[in-house]
Design a protein around this ligand. Structure first.
Ligand SMILES: [Cu+2]
Length: 468
């Protein structure tokens, strides 16, 4: 689905999607699975140019990579093999795993070099919709296709007729359908909204069609692996019930529209009306909406069991504890980017003007007057302590703030949540928004807190929380 330049620049939050999902899950085995990062050619552009194969970097030759699917509590072993010309690593986004398995090159491990392998070995404490992606030069490697879905099932998941994972991505392609390589590292992208694509795929396909049983109940798991694009989505003909955000259950609520920031996930349930032949998922723009996926009845599939299904009730977690005097409050004043108020910031202990930071160091964002980095420890929290990240987005841009190793409650006056017990791992902050991200520091290690607009992170918007 090609976005015109006009739709692109006018899109409110925009969108994209992609990645092919094999129907066969990898299963529930403690045997190590193999994930090989390599170059491959993929037909993501064939709808525009028949026969076109796009050169991507992928896991197991496909983007999205293979669907990793396990039961909650399972122990996972994945052997990463690197056949790429750059070092790489894998981050298991949203999984509360042990720190050494978090996959952040330069913080929790060294990059896995070409020809080398690395064994990831961790457990899955929470059910839900997650994903995995490269975490070395992610702004380039994720844009080239290095990501895939990670689904964790629970025995009390709602019974459905179809369980469909949709990774919605945007790619920056030239007119031959190849990745625009010469725009990697564009300082303009780093200081503005990030790298935005011009070609949208869902599960690696342009505008795919999914066939459904008559009278069926459908679970859709939407994942945004795009570098920087915020997708404003709309369902035609149906009003889904949203049941979880970032894998975490919420009190179900109905909404035909939703916003999906980079790295965020939304799970929803659709009970198909008896006489509805099809519905569409589209991107909302200021001009015409763009259809990115279609869903149609196929009578050959038989009938679903929608009428037999009860209301969705998912287990709910607790509300955030009261912040007593022992809570650790961590102020994070975010500044920088184009049209911002950052004049200078500290880098390696030296105060440097923004102009010099940008031109000489490729840094344009700061936390608390300091350019971010893996050597910047924002705070040190003792195990079990309640932590409040008091985040002030003092920039002209939205930011998808992601905390590794923990899930957090969100309190924000400008974006009140209806379900105070719900948690996220990635929170999309509006310009000038203040938000408290609250969590119990129950996982020891060095945990990255960063913007998931990957160019913003590369440009200095990321630092570390240490739990000891
Ligand atoms: Cu950002």
């Amino acid at each position: 689905m090609q976005l015109t330049r006009r739709q692109f620049t006018k899109a409110l939050g925009t969108t994209m999607g992609c990645a092919a999902i094999p129907t066969k899950a990898w299963g529930y085995t403690p045997k190590a699975l193999n994930l090989t990062a390599s170059k491959s050619t993929n037909p993501i552009f064939i709808k525009e140019k028949p026969g076109a194969l796009t050169n991507l970097w992928t896991f197991n030759q496909k983007s999205p990579g293979p669907m990793l699917r396990f039961n909650v509590g399972a122990r996972v072993k994945v052997n990463l093999h690197n056949k790429l010309p750059q070092p790489t690593s894998v981050h298991w986004h949203g999984i509360r795993l042990k720190n050494s398995m978090d996959g952040v090159t330069g913080l929790t491990q060294s990059g896995v070099e070409n020809g080398e392998s690395y064994l990831y070995d961790f457990e899955l404490p929470d059910a839900g919709t997650y994903w995995y992606h490269s975490h070395n030069k992610a702004w380039e490697q994720v844009a080239r296709g290095l990501y895939g879905p990670l689904i964790v099932d629970a025995s009390n998941d709602p019974k459905v007729d179809h369980d469909i994972v949709l990774l919605i991505d945007d790619w920056q392609l030239d007119n031959k359908g190849q990745i625009r390589e010469n725009s990697f590292g564009s300082l303009h992208d780093w200081a503005h909204a990030g790298r935005l694509g011009n070609w949208i795929t869902v599960n690696g396909k342009s505008n795919p069609l999914y066939s459904l049983k008559v009278n069926s109940r459908i679970r859709l798991r939407l994942i945004n692996p795009a570098n920087a694009r915020i997708f404003n989505l709309n369902f035609t003909e149906v009003t889904p019930k949203i049941i979880s955000l970032d894998g975490y259950p919420v009190t179900p609520f109905e909404s035909a529209t939703l916003t999906l920031g980079p790295a965020q996930r939304v799970d929803l349930i659709i009970d198909l009306p008896e006489n509805l032949p099809m519905f569409r998922l589209e991107i909302v723009t200021n001009t015409n909406p763009l259809t990115v996926a279609r869903f149609a009845l196929d009578p050959n599939l038989g009938r679903g069991d929608r009428a037999l299904n009860p209301e969705i009730i998912l287990p709910k977690g607790p509300n955030p504890p009261e912040a007593g005097p022992t809570a650790l409050r961590v102020p994070i004043h975010m500044q920088g980017g184009a049209m911002g108020n950052l004049k200078s910031a500290k880098l390696n202990g030296q105060m440097i003007s923004l102009r010099e930071l940008a031109q000489k160091h490729r840094k344009v964002w700061a936390f608390n007057g300091r350019v971010g980095g893996y050597d910047y420890i924002l705070a040190k929290a003792n195990l079990g302590r309640l932590v409040i990240l008091d985040v002030q987005n003092d920039t002209r841009w939205s930011h998808a703030m992601h905390l590794h190793g923990h899930h957090f409650w969100v309190k924000s006056k400008s974006n009140p949540v209806e379900d105070s017990s719900s948690k996220r791992d990635t929170y999309l902050m509006k310009p000038n928004e203040n938000a408290e991200l609250i969590f119990v520091a129950d996982n020891p290690g060095l945990w990255l807190f960063h913007c998931h607009m990957l160019e913003h992170h590369a440009g200095g918007m990321g630092a570390v929380l240490e739990v000891v």
